[in-house]
Design a protein around this ligand. Structure first.
Ligand code: PAF
Length: 294
Protein backbone atom coordinates (compact mmCIF):
# COMPACT_ATOMS: atom_id res chain seq x y z
CA UNK A 1 0.00 0.00 0.00
CA UNK A 2 1.45 3.39 -1.00
CA UNK A 3 2.29 6.00 1.63
CA UNK A 4 -0.45 8.59 1.53
CA UNK A 5 -1.78 11.38 3.64
CA UNK A 6 -5.20 10.99 2.07
CA UNK A 7 -8.03 9.33 3.89
CA UNK A 8 -9.34 6.59 1.58
CA UNK A 9 -12.81 8.18 1.25
CA UNK A 10 -11.68 11.83 1.36
CA UNK A 11 -14.03 12.37 4.31
CA UNK A 12 -12.98 14.73 7.11
CA UNK A 13 -11.30 13.08 10.09
CA UNK A 14 -13.82 11.71 12.56
CA UNK A 15 -13.59 12.56 16.25
CA UNK A 16 -15.03 10.24 18.87
CA UNK A 17 -15.13 10.28 22.64
CA UNK A 18 -17.75 7.59 23.08
CA UNK A 19 -16.87 3.88 22.93
CA UNK A 20 -20.17 2.86 21.31
CA UNK A 21 -19.86 5.51 18.62
CA UNK A 22 -16.27 4.47 18.02
CA UNK A 23 -17.19 0.80 17.72
CA UNK A 24 -20.03 1.56 15.31
CA UNK A 25 -17.62 3.41 13.03
CA UNK A 26 -14.95 0.71 13.33
CA UNK A 27 -17.53 -1.99 12.52
CA UNK A 28 -18.45 -0.14 9.30
CA UNK A 29 -14.82 -0.08 8.21
CA UNK A 30 -14.25 -3.69 9.19
CA UNK A 31 -17.31 -4.90 7.33
CA UNK A 32 -15.90 -3.19 4.23
CA UNK A 33 -12.81 -5.41 4.71
CA UNK A 34 -10.60 -2.55 5.90
CA UNK A 35 -7.58 -3.08 8.17
CA UNK A 36 -7.33 -0.87 11.22
CA UNK A 37 -4.16 0.47 12.86
CA UNK A 38 -4.05 2.22 16.22
CA UNK A 39 -1.51 4.84 17.25
CA UNK A 40 -1.84 5.44 21.01
CA UNK A 41 -0.52 8.85 22.13
CA UNK A 42 -0.73 11.29 25.00
CA UNK A 43 -1.15 14.19 22.59
CA UNK A 44 1.04 17.28 22.18
CA UNK A 45 1.90 15.80 18.84
CA UNK A 46 5.22 16.42 17.09
CA UNK A 47 7.03 15.00 14.06
CA UNK A 48 7.83 11.80 16.01
CA UNK A 49 4.11 11.05 16.38
CA UNK A 50 3.46 11.92 12.75
CA UNK A 51 6.01 9.31 11.71
CA UNK A 52 4.04 6.73 13.73
CA UNK A 53 0.98 7.72 11.74
CA UNK A 54 2.88 7.27 8.47
CA UNK A 55 3.97 3.80 9.57
CA UNK A 56 0.37 2.99 10.45
CA UNK A 57 -0.93 4.35 7.15
CA UNK A 58 1.54 2.15 5.23
CA UNK A 59 0.11 -0.94 6.96
CA UNK A 60 -3.58 -0.33 7.27
CA UNK A 61 -6.55 1.20 5.50
CA UNK A 62 -7.72 3.16 8.55
CA UNK A 63 -5.59 4.93 11.12
CA UNK A 64 -7.04 5.59 14.56
CA UNK A 65 -5.07 7.90 16.86
CA UNK A 66 -5.95 8.00 20.53
CA UNK A 67 -5.04 10.98 22.69
CA UNK A 68 -5.24 10.33 26.42
CA UNK A 69 -2.91 11.68 29.10
CA UNK A 70 -2.90 8.54 31.18
CA UNK A 71 -2.81 9.32 34.92
CA UNK A 72 -1.86 5.79 35.93
CA UNK A 73 1.58 6.00 34.32
CA UNK A 74 2.62 9.13 36.27
CA UNK A 75 4.06 8.64 39.74
CA UNK A 76 3.52 10.96 42.71
CA UNK A 77 5.41 14.23 42.12
CA UNK A 78 5.75 13.59 38.37
CA UNK A 79 4.52 15.91 35.64
CA UNK A 80 0.91 14.73 35.13
CA UNK A 81 -0.51 18.23 35.73
CA UNK A 82 2.22 20.02 33.77
CA UNK A 83 2.19 17.55 30.86
CA UNK A 84 1.57 19.70 27.76
CA UNK A 85 -2.00 19.48 26.46
CA UNK A 86 -2.63 21.01 23.05
CA UNK A 87 -5.94 19.58 21.80
CA UNK A 88 -6.67 22.07 19.00
CA UNK A 89 -3.17 21.81 17.59
CA UNK A 90 -3.26 17.99 17.84
CA UNK A 91 -6.55 17.86 15.98
CA UNK A 92 -5.24 20.06 13.16
CA UNK A 93 -2.03 18.04 12.83
CA UNK A 94 -3.88 14.73 12.76
CA UNK A 95 -6.32 15.93 10.18
CA UNK A 96 -3.46 17.10 7.94
CA UNK A 97 -1.54 13.87 8.56
CA UNK A 98 -4.49 11.88 7.22
CA UNK A 99 -5.64 10.15 10.41
CA UNK A 100 -9.12 8.67 9.90
CA UNK A 101 -10.33 8.95 13.46
CA UNK A 102 -9.22 10.76 16.59
CA UNK A 103 -10.28 8.88 19.70
CA UNK A 104 -10.46 11.07 22.81
CA UNK A 105 -11.50 8.79 25.65
CA UNK A 106 -12.58 10.19 28.98
CA UNK A 107 -10.88 9.02 32.16
CA UNK A 108 -14.22 7.50 33.20
CA UNK A 109 -14.31 5.40 30.02
CA UNK A 110 -10.77 4.11 30.47
CA UNK A 111 -11.01 3.54 34.21
CA UNK A 112 -14.70 2.93 35.02
CA UNK A 113 -13.79 1.88 38.59
CA UNK A 114 -11.29 4.72 39.10
CA UNK A 115 -7.51 4.73 38.75
CA UNK A 116 -6.78 3.38 42.23
CA UNK A 117 -9.11 0.42 41.80
CA UNK A 118 -8.23 -0.34 38.20
CA UNK A 119 -7.45 -3.87 37.05
CA UNK A 120 -3.72 -3.85 36.40
CA UNK A 121 -1.80 -5.41 33.57
CA UNK A 122 1.79 -6.05 34.59
CA UNK A 123 4.77 -7.38 32.68
CA UNK A 124 7.01 -8.19 35.65
CA UNK A 125 9.97 -9.43 33.60
CA UNK A 126 10.51 -5.98 32.12
CA UNK A 127 8.69 -3.40 34.21
CA UNK A 128 11.00 -2.98 37.20
CA UNK A 129 14.34 -2.32 35.50
CA UNK A 130 15.91 0.77 33.87
CA UNK A 131 13.12 3.39 33.63
CA UNK A 132 10.93 1.16 35.80
CA UNK A 133 13.48 1.29 38.62
CA UNK A 134 13.29 5.08 38.87
CA UNK A 135 9.61 5.31 38.00
CA UNK A 136 7.95 2.56 40.05
CA UNK A 137 4.53 1.65 38.66
CA UNK A 138 5.07 3.61 35.44
CA UNK A 139 5.06 0.62 33.12
CA UNK A 140 2.10 -1.00 34.89
CA UNK A 141 0.23 2.20 34.03
CA UNK A 142 1.40 1.99 30.41
CA UNK A 143 0.45 -1.66 29.90
CA UNK A 144 -2.82 -1.18 31.79
CA UNK A 145 -3.91 1.67 29.52
CA UNK A 146 -2.59 0.17 26.28
CA UNK A 147 -4.38 -3.11 26.99
CA UNK A 148 -7.63 -1.18 27.52
CA UNK A 149 -7.13 0.78 24.29
CA UNK A 150 -6.46 -2.49 22.45
CA UNK A 151 -9.68 -3.97 23.87
CA UNK A 152 -11.72 -0.90 22.98
CA UNK A 153 -10.39 -0.44 19.43
CA UNK A 154 -9.44 -4.06 18.62
CA UNK A 155 -7.01 -2.92 15.92
CA UNK A 156 -5.22 -5.25 13.52
CA UNK A 157 -1.97 -3.45 14.27
CA UNK A 158 -0.62 -0.77 16.60
CA UNK A 159 2.41 1.47 16.25
CA UNK A 160 4.86 2.62 18.94
CA UNK A 161 8.05 4.67 18.76
CA UNK A 162 11.49 3.16 19.25
CA UNK A 163 12.45 6.10 21.47
CA UNK A 164 10.48 4.40 24.25
CA UNK A 165 12.41 1.19 23.66
CA UNK A 166 11.57 -0.43 26.99
CA UNK A 167 7.90 0.43 26.54
CA UNK A 168 7.95 -1.15 23.07
CA UNK A 169 9.40 -4.41 24.42
CA UNK A 170 6.88 -4.47 27.27
CA UNK A 171 3.99 -4.06 24.87
CA UNK A 172 5.33 -6.73 22.53
CA UNK A 173 5.67 -9.06 25.50
CA UNK A 174 2.16 -8.26 26.80
CA UNK A 175 0.64 -8.96 23.38
CA UNK A 176 2.46 -12.29 23.09
CA UNK A 177 1.72 -13.34 26.65
CA UNK A 178 -1.98 -12.45 26.51
CA UNK A 179 -2.44 -13.79 22.95
CA UNK A 180 -3.78 -10.47 21.75
CA UNK A 181 -4.27 -10.71 17.96
CA UNK A 182 -2.53 -7.39 17.25
CA UNK A 183 0.63 -6.84 15.21
CA UNK A 184 2.98 -4.44 17.02
CA UNK A 185 4.93 -2.19 14.69
CA UNK A 186 7.64 0.25 15.59
CA UNK A 187 8.84 3.46 14.00
CA UNK A 188 12.39 4.87 14.20
CA UNK A 189 13.32 7.72 16.52
CA UNK A 190 12.85 11.16 14.96
CA UNK A 191 15.62 13.58 15.93
CA UNK A 192 16.25 17.30 15.75
CA UNK A 193 19.17 18.37 13.55
CA UNK A 194 21.53 18.29 16.54
CA UNK A 195 20.53 14.71 17.41
CA UNK A 196 18.12 15.31 20.30
CA UNK A 197 15.26 12.80 20.10
CA UNK A 198 11.92 14.59 19.74
CA UNK A 199 9.81 14.44 22.89
CA UNK A 200 7.00 16.47 24.38
CA UNK A 201 9.18 16.86 27.46
CA UNK A 202 11.80 18.82 25.45
CA UNK A 203 9.49 21.79 26.01
CA UNK A 204 10.50 21.84 29.66
CA UNK A 205 14.09 22.75 28.66
CA UNK A 206 15.42 26.29 29.01
CA UNK A 207 17.63 27.55 26.15
CA UNK A 208 20.76 26.61 28.11
CA UNK A 209 19.41 23.12 28.88
CA UNK A 210 18.31 22.65 25.29
CA UNK A 211 21.91 23.33 24.27
CA UNK A 212 23.15 20.62 26.70
CA UNK A 213 20.55 18.01 25.77
CA UNK A 214 22.15 16.66 22.53
CA UNK A 215 24.95 15.31 24.76
CA UNK A 216 22.60 12.40 25.54
CA UNK A 217 22.61 11.12 21.96
CA UNK A 218 26.30 11.96 21.56
CA UNK A 219 27.17 9.79 24.59
CA UNK A 220 25.08 6.90 23.21
CA UNK A 221 26.76 7.22 19.82
CA UNK A 222 30.22 7.18 21.43
CA UNK A 223 29.36 3.99 23.35
CA UNK A 224 27.95 2.50 20.15
CA UNK A 225 31.16 3.27 18.26
CA UNK A 226 33.24 1.77 21.07
CA UNK A 227 31.22 -1.46 21.07
CA UNK A 228 31.24 -1.78 17.29
CA UNK A 229 34.99 -1.09 17.45
CA UNK A 230 35.41 -4.17 19.66
CA UNK A 231 35.13 -3.04 23.27
CA UNK A 232 33.32 -5.52 25.49
CA UNK A 233 34.01 -3.98 28.91
CA UNK A 234 30.40 -2.94 29.29
CA UNK A 235 30.56 -1.81 32.92
CA UNK A 236 33.37 0.60 32.03
CA UNK A 237 31.47 1.82 28.97
CA UNK A 238 28.40 2.47 31.12
CA UNK A 239 30.48 4.42 33.65
CA UNK A 240 32.08 6.46 30.85
CA UNK A 241 28.69 7.20 29.30
CA UNK A 242 27.28 8.40 32.63
CA UNK A 243 30.41 10.53 33.18
CA UNK A 244 29.93 12.17 29.76
CA UNK A 245 26.36 13.11 30.68
CA UNK A 246 27.52 14.55 33.99
CA UNK A 247 30.28 16.51 32.25
CA UNK A 248 27.68 17.95 29.87
CA UNK A 249 25.68 19.29 32.83
CA UNK A 250 23.06 16.55 32.98
CA UNK A 251 22.18 14.28 35.91
CA UNK A 252 22.35 10.71 34.62
CA UNK A 253 19.72 8.27 35.86
CA UNK A 254 21.16 5.27 34.04
CA UNK A 255 23.42 4.48 31.11
CA UNK A 256 23.14 0.82 30.23
CA UNK A 257 24.25 -1.67 27.61
CA UNK A 258 21.71 -4.48 27.29
CA UNK A 259 20.54 -7.29 25.05
CA UNK A 260 18.21 -5.73 22.50
CA UNK A 261 15.74 -8.64 22.70
CA UNK A 262 15.05 -8.68 26.46
CA UNK A 263 17.07 -5.93 28.16
CA UNK A 264 19.14 -8.51 30.04
CA UNK A 265 22.85 -7.80 30.54
CA UNK A 266 24.92 -8.70 27.44
CA UNK A 267 25.49 -12.43 27.03
CA UNK A 268 28.31 -14.13 25.16
CA UNK A 269 27.18 -15.10 21.69
CA UNK A 270 26.96 -11.85 19.84
CA UNK A 271 23.25 -11.04 20.03
CA UNK A 272 22.13 -7.52 19.10
CA UNK A 273 22.65 -4.95 21.81
CA UNK A 274 20.92 -1.71 22.74
CA UNK A 275 22.51 1.17 24.60
CA UNK A 276 19.92 3.07 26.63
CA UNK A 277 20.19 6.17 28.78
CA UNK A 278 17.99 8.40 30.88
CA UNK A 279 19.15 11.70 32.31
CA UNK A 280 17.71 14.80 33.90
CA UNK A 281 18.42 17.97 32.02
CA UNK A 282 17.08 20.67 34.31
CA UNK A 283 13.51 19.60 35.10
CA UNK A 284 13.16 17.27 32.11
CA UNK A 285 13.85 13.56 32.31
CA UNK A 286 15.09 12.66 28.84
CA UNK A 287 15.48 9.14 27.46
CA UNK A 288 17.13 7.85 24.32
CA UNK A 289 18.72 4.70 22.93
CA UNK A 290 20.58 3.23 19.99
CA UNK A 291 20.21 -0.33 18.78
CA UNK A 292 23.38 -2.04 17.54
CA UNK A 293 22.19 -4.71 15.13
CA UNK A 294 24.24 -7.85 14.82
O1 PAF B 1 4.24 6.57 24.67
C1 PAF B 1 3.23 7.16 25.09
O2 PAF B 1 2.90 8.26 24.66
C2 PAF B 1 2.39 6.53 26.18
O3 PAF B 1 3.17 5.82 27.07
C3 PAF B 1 1.26 5.63 25.61
C4 PAF B 1 1.83 4.45 24.86
C5 PAF B 1 0.37 6.44 24.70
C6 PAF B 1 0.41 5.08 26.76
O4 PAF B 1 -0.19 6.12 27.49
Amino acid sequence: MALSKQRPDDQPMKICADIQQLRTQLARWRSAGEQIALVPTMGNLHAGHLSLIETARAQADRVIVSVFVNPSQFGPGEDLDAYPRTPADDQAKLSTAGADLLYLPTQQAIYPFGVKAMTRVTVPALSALLCGASRPGHFDGVTSVVCRLFNIVQPDSAVFGQKDYQQLLLIQRMVTDLHLPIRILSAPIVRADDGLALSSRNQYLSDAERAQAPALYAALQQAGRDIVGGRGDFAALEAEGAARLLAAGMRPDYFAVRQAADLAPPRAGGESLVVLAAAYCGPARLIDNIVLKN
